[in-house]
Design a binder for this molecule. Structure first.
Ligand SMILES: Cc1cc2nc3c(=O)[nH]c(=O)nc-3n(C[C@H](O)[C@H](O)[C@H](O)COP(=O)(O)OP(=O)(O)OC[C@H]3O[C@@H](n4cnc5c(N)ncnc54)[C@H](O)[C@@H]3O)c2cc1C
Length: 386
């Protein structure tokens, strides 16, 4: 099989590299990380390139579903800063893809043009204190009262809740015994009365910082249920919809971008750092290490693009998608740790970006379904007997 990227992807990558050089210099990326800051002005300039429309149909102001372009955008932005790439995902993927797949006609007509313009960011409110991988066990409840929903409960690790327009919140709308049949998704404006946000101090992924969010008698108009009246009790189908399986690929693309940046930095450093009268790139052990890292990244890039192409061609590809999430995030973690070792002591100090890459990449095998969950998926879906 030939894997040739379409020419518009090369153009997109070039224009993103120019954008990153001009608007996301290394010093700024380090500052956003240190201050846990979302550079909204930079994001607005990014949106002007049109990249937030790569998940939005043309009739709603986007350029049509193009998962490969979306992933390449995530990869290129993540090479420099998650403070821009994660909000990009919050717009193009969390808002765009979910509304396209699950929104009502009215919600699509009103909200998708905002996504395409980069003016709508969703945070994900799925995880809770007692709910990690087992999402169908959420306890946050929403009860219908006339034309409103009243929401009570709490979400944990809700990243970007302070910078988003809506929290895409998984709630229980009925008897918890019917695990999968009484879940709904509600768009909750984090500025509503009764919403309280408490930051969680995490290692990495700064910019869209992660938070605890509690809801106390929060009143939400009924038309903010995703899919409106028809969406009530249909939340599980919405989070497992085939068209949305690419969430795992978004995490893979972040990991790929971080690892590429780490490999580039280690490659350059090895040709500058002199010990025993030679650049350390002359030592065979480092040459092999760097060659191995480049090879692993080549493979990671191929599986990511291949999974994106399958998704763009509407080919059922849940196994390949899980394999990609597992392989790319675990490979990226190894590559970044190798890069850190090549920088020696300098890979451990905050003056060098590799220190941040390590903190950021460690998250990738955890979120979007952990590596253990992907292994479960792959074994189950390939029919391995128990
Ligand atoms: C920085 C950060 C940002 C995050 N952002 C968000 C966000 O924006 N929105 C959101 O909803 N969540 C978010 N999360 C939560 C993240 O998605 C969860 O951490 C993830 O779902 C796993 O849940 P858990 O950590 O509670 O692990 P658990 O599910 O409790 O798992 C603990 C361990 O058990 C393993 N395990 C669990 N079940 C199985 C099984 N069946 N088979 C084998 N092993 C298993 C896991 O692999 C893991 O090693 C974020 C987390 C972090 C740290």
């Amino acid at each position: 099989m030939r894997l040739e990227l379409p020419s518009h992807i090369d153009q997109l990558r070039s224009s993103l590299r120019r954008f990153v050089d001009e608007h996301m210099p290394r010093e700024a990326a380090a500052r956003w990380d240190r201050d846990n800051h979302f550079p909204r002005d930079v994001f607005a300039k990014l949106a002007a390139l049109g990249v937030t429309g790569t998940t939005v149909p043309e009739e709603h102001g986007g350029s049509g579903r193009d998962i490969l372009a979306t992933l390449v955008t995530i990869e290129e932005l993540s090479r420099r800063s998650l403070a821009v790439s994660v909000p990009y995902i919050m717009a193009a993927c969390y808002a765009g893809m979910n509304l396209v797949e699950c929104g009502s006609q009215r919600q699509k007509a009103e909200l998708l043009p905002l996504v395409a313009a980069g003016k709508l960011l969703f945070a994900y409110g799925w995880t809770e204190a007692d709910t990690g991988a087992d999402l169908a066990s959420v306890k946050t409840r929403a009860t219908v009262a006339d034309d409103r929903l009243v929401v009570n409960g709490a979400k944990r690790f809700c990243s970007g809740s302070e910078i988003c327009d809506y929290i895409y919140t998984l709630v229980r709308t009925g008897d918890p015994a019917r695990r999968y049949e009484n879940l709904s998704i509600v768009l909750i404006d984090p500025r509503l009365p009764g919403v309280e946000i408490t930051p969680i101090d995490s290692m990495g992924m700064k910019g869209a910082r992660t938070t605890d969010v509690s809801f106390t008698d929060v009143e939400v108009p009924l038309d903010m249920v995703v899919g409106e009246a028809e969406g009530i009790d249909r939340g599980w189908g919405m989070i497992t919809a085939a068209g949305l399986d690419v969430e795992k690929l978004e995490v893979a693309a972040i990991a790929l971008g971080i690892a590429e940046a780490a490999c580039d930095d280690a490659w350059d450093y090895s040709q500058r750092r002199v010990q025993f009268g030679r650049t350390i790139s002359a030592f065979q052990s480092l040459r092999h290490q760097l060659a191995e890292m480049r090879t692993q990244l080549h493979a990671a890039r191929l599986v990511t693009y291949h999974a994106a192409m399958l998704s763009d061609a509407n080919v059922p590809s849940r196994v390949e998608t899980s394999m990609t999430k597992l392989f790319v995030t675990e490979t990226a973690k190894k590559v970044v740790l190798e890069a850190q070792s090549i920088l020696g002591a300098y890979g451990y100090v905050k003056d060098f970006d590799v220190e941040r890459y390590v903190r950021d990449v460690l998250l990738m095998p955890i979120i979007g379904g952990s590596s253990a969950i992907q292994r479960n998926n792959i074994a189950n879906w390939l029919g391995l007997a128990r």
